[in-house]
Design a protein around this ligand. Structure first.
Ligand SMILES: [Zn+2]
Length: 219
C-alpha cells in the first residue's frame, strides 16, 4: 500500500477527533502532506471515523488526481489541497464542525484573544469568512485568502479549519480553539471578555512557534 505510515496517521487522528468530541460520525476531515511524494493523504468521504482503516484513506496529487484509496476522498479535498499548493510550511489540515467553533461561525463572529490559547491560531484572532457552499473550489479559495498569515479560520455557517506542521499538533490546535470558541461565546453572552494584548501573548506565541520549525514536521 502506498504511504502506509501517513495513511495510518490519518486513520488514527480521525478517531482522535471523535474521542476528543470534535466531530461525530464522518463529519469534518483531515489530511497530511507528504513532501517527498508531493501528495496529500486525506480522510475518505462518508465513512465514520471509527470504521476508517488505512486502505480507505486516499492519496491525492496536487492536481487533484486520486492515486490510491478504496474510497472517494473527502468532499473538501480542494479545501486541503489549496493550502499545500500555496504554503510550504503547511504539513497538515484539520477541518471540524465542533460545536462552539461552528456556533461562532454561524453567528459570523471571529474568535477574540480573551484566552492565551488563541496562540494556536498563530494570530490575534481567528477570523470568520462569509458562507460559501461546502465542497467547492470557491470555499477553498476564500478559506486560503481568509486565513492570511494565521493558522486557523472560521468558515461562516459551516465550521473550523486549522493548518499546522503535522497532524498531532493540528488536531491539538482544533481542540484548543474549540475551547477558546466556547469561552468567546459564553463571554459574549455576559457582555464580552477582556482581550489580551499582543505583548501579553508574546510568550504563548513563542512557546508554540517552535512546533512550526521544519524538523518538527512529520509526514
Ligand atoms: Zn465541513
Amino acid at each position: 500500500m502506498l504511504l502506509l505510515d501517513a495513511r495510518e496517521q490519518v486513520a488514527h487522528y480521525g478517531r482522535e477527533l471523535l474521542r476528543r468530541g470534535l466531530t461525530t460520525g464522518s463529519f469534518g476531515n483531515l489530511s497530511v502532506f507528504v513532501p517527498e511524494a508531493k501528495v496529500m493523504v486525506i480522510s475518505p468521504s462518508g465513512l465514520d471515523y471509527d470504521r476508517v482503516s488505512p486502505q480507505d484513506v486516499s492519496v491525492v496529487t496536487m492536481d487533484g488526481v486520486v492515486l490510491d484509496g478504496a474510497r472517494k476522498p473527502s468532499s473538501e479535498a480542494d479545501l486541503h489541497r489549496v493550502f499545500y499548493q500555496n504554503d510550504p510550511t503547511v504539513g497538515a489540515v484539520v477541518h471540524t464542525h465542533s460545536t462552539y467553533a461552528t456556533l461562532m461561525a454561524c453567528l459570523g463572529k471571529s474568535l477574540e484573544p480573551i484566552h492565551y490559547l488563541i496562540a494556536y491560531a498563530g494570530a490575534m484572532e481567528v477570523p470568520c469568512i462569509p458562507y460559501y457552499p461546502f465542497g467547492t473550489m470557491e470555499l477553498a479559495q476564500a478559506a486560503y485568502e481568509g486565513m492570511g498569515k494565521g493558522r486557523a479560520l472560521l468558515l461562516g455557517g459551516h465550521g473550523l479549519v486549522c493548518v499546522g506542521p503535522n497532524l498531532g499538533y493540528t488536531v491539538d490546535a482544533a481542540q484548543q480553539l474549540e475551547f477558546v470558541a466556547r469561552l468567546c461565546y459564553q463571554a459574549m453572552v455576559v457582555g464580552g471578555g477582556v482581550n489580551l494584548t499582543e505583548e501579553q501573548l508574546s510568550s504563548a506565541f513563542d512557546a508554540l512557534k517552535r512546533h512550526h520549525q521544519p524538523e518538527e514536521r512529520k509526514s
